[in-house]
Design a protein. Structure first.
Lengths: 191, 189
C-alpha cells in the first residue's frame, strides 16, 4: 500500500469515526454532517453525488448512517473504502454500548438510575410517537386507499393478533413486488 | 460456534428487514429478540431503547452490541453487530451497482413506497407497546390496568409529545429532560 493511500484511509476512517460519534439517536443528521465534511471541507464528492447516495441509502434496509457511509466509502475507493467507512461508523457505538453493557448490572441496582431509566421511557415513547405521527401523515397524504388499508390491516395483525413482524413485512414485500410486476406488464402492453 | 452463528443470523435478519432505518428496527428486535428468542427481558429491552436514544449510533448497532455482550461477551458484541450490518453492505453495494448501470432505481424506490405503510404500522405497534408498559407499569405490551396507572409518566409523555410536535425540540433534550424532571418528582414526592 502506498503512503498516500494509507493517509487517505486514515483520513476517511478518522473523519467518519468523528461523524458517527456525534450522531445521537441516529437518523438524518449524518447526511448533513457528511455533506459538510466531504463536500464543503474536503471536496471529495459533490452535492449531486450526496443526493444520489442518500436516495440509495434510504432505499436499502438497515440504518441510514451505516448505509450512507458504505456508499461514500465505495464511491471514493471501492470495496476497501466501503469497509473502512463502515467500520469507522460502527466502532464508536460498539465501544460505547459495550462499556454500558459491562456495567449494566451494577448500574441498574442503583435506585436513582432505576428511577431515571423508568421515567425516561416516557420521553422515548414520545420521541417514537412523534416519528410515527409524521410518517403516518405522509401515508395519509397520498390518499391512496390501498396504502391506508394496508396500514390498518398491518397494525391490527401486529398489535392485536400478534403476527410476527418479519412475516408481515415479507408478505407485504411479496405483494408489492407482484403489484409492481403487473403494473409494468400492463404499461408495456399499452405501448 | 453454532450459537455464535445463531447470534449472527438473528441480527442479520434484523438488519435485512429494517426497511426505513432507525425506528423500523425496534419492532423487529422486539418480535425476534424479546418475544421469540428471549435473549432480553421486557425491562432490559425498554432500558436498551432508552440508552440507544441517548448514545450516538443507530439503534440496530446499539441493540446488537448490547445483546451480543450479554450473551457472549465482547466477541458476541462483534458477531451480532457484524451480523446486523452485513445485509446493508450487500444490498447497498448491489443497489449502487444497479444505479451506476441503469442510472435509476425507481422500481426499488416504488417498492419501498409500497412498504412504507406497513413499516409505519409496525413502529406504531411497538411504540404503543412501549407506552403501555411505561404508563401502566406492566410487563406485557397490552396489559392495561388502570389501577396501576403512573400519572407522572403519563404527564411526561403527553408534555414531551406536545413539545416535540409543536416546537420540534431536540429528542435528546426531551429524553434527558423527562429523566431529570421525573426523577426529581419521584425523589421529592
Amino acid at each position: 500500500m502506498k503512503k498516500n493511500d494509507l493517509e487517505f484511509y486514515w483520513k476517511l476512517f478518522s473523519s467518519m469515526f468523528l461523524i458517527s460519534m456525534s450522531t445521537f439517536g441516529g437518523g438524518f443528521v449524518i447526511i448533513t454532517l457528511m455533506q459538510k465534511k466531504y463536500c464543503d471541507d474536503l471536496h471529495w464528492i459533490n452535492r449531486d453525488e450526496i443526493l444520489n447516495l442518500t436516495a440509495i441509502a434510504q432505499t436499502a434496509p438497515g440504518s441510514l448512517a451505516v448505509n450512507a457511509s458504505i456508499l461514500l466509502g465505495y464511491q471514493l475507493k471501492g470495496i476497501k473504502g466501503a469497509l473502512v467507512a463502515a467500520l469507522a461508523t460502527i466502532i464508536p457505538p460498539l465501544l460505547i454500548i459495550s462499556i454500558i453493557a459491562m456495567f449494566y448490572n451494577a448500574f441498574i441496582e442503583n435506585r436513582i438510575v432505576k428511577i431515571a431509566l423508568q421515567v425516561m421511557r416516557s420521553g422515548v415513547a414520545a420521541v417514537i410517537f412523534d416519528a410515527v405521527i409524521s410518517l403516518m401523515k405522509d401515508v395519509l397524504k397520498t390518499k391512496d386507499i390501498l396504502n391506508i388499508t394496508v396500514m390498518i390491516i398491518a397494525f391490527v395483525a401486529s398489535y392485536f393478533i400478534n403476527v410476527d413482524t418479519i412475516v408481515i413485512i415479507s408478505v407485504c414485500l411479496a405483494l408489492a413486488i407482484a403489484i409492481e410486476l403487473i403494473s409494468q406488464k400492463q404499461s408495456e402492453k399499452t405501448i | 460456534m453454532s450459537f455464535l452463528l445463531k447470534m449472527f443470523f438473528s441480527f442479520f435478519q434484523i438488519g435485512l428487514f429494517s426497511f426505513g432505518g432507525g425506528y423500523a428496527a425496534i419492532p423487529i428486535i422486539q418480535s425476534l429478540i424479546i418475544d421469540k428468542l428471549n435473549w432480553l427481558d421486557i425491562s432490559e429491552f425498554l432500558n436498551l431503547i432508552t440508552i440507544a436514544g441517548m448514545t450516538p449510533g443507530p439503534i440496530v448497532i446499539n441493540a446488537a452490541t448490547f445483546v451480543g455482550i450479554r450473551l457472549n461477551g465482547f466477541l458476541g458484541a462483534i458477531v451480532c453487530t457484524l451480523g446486523s450490518v452485513a445485509p446493508s453492505l450487500i444490498i447497498v453495494l448491489l443497489l449502487s451497482y444497479l444505479y451506476k448501470k441503469y442510472k435509476n432505481i425507481t422500481i426499488v424506490q416504488k417498492l419501498l413506497g409500497r412498504l412504507r405503510p406497513v413499516i409505519v404500522s409496525m413502529i406504531l405497534s411497538a411504540g404503543l407497546g412501549i407506552l403501555v408498559m411505561t404508563v401502566f407499569n406492566s410487563e406485557s405490551y397490552k396489559m392495561i390496568d388502570f389501577a396501576n396507572v403512573r400519572i407522572v409518566e403519563l404527564l411526561l409523555f403527553a408534555i414531551s409529545l406536545y413539545l416535540l410536535r409543536k416546537y420540534k425540540i431536540n429528542p435528546l433534550l426531551i429524553i434527558f429532560g423527562s429523566g431529570i424532571i421525573g426523577t426529581l418528582i419521584y425523589l421529592i414526592g
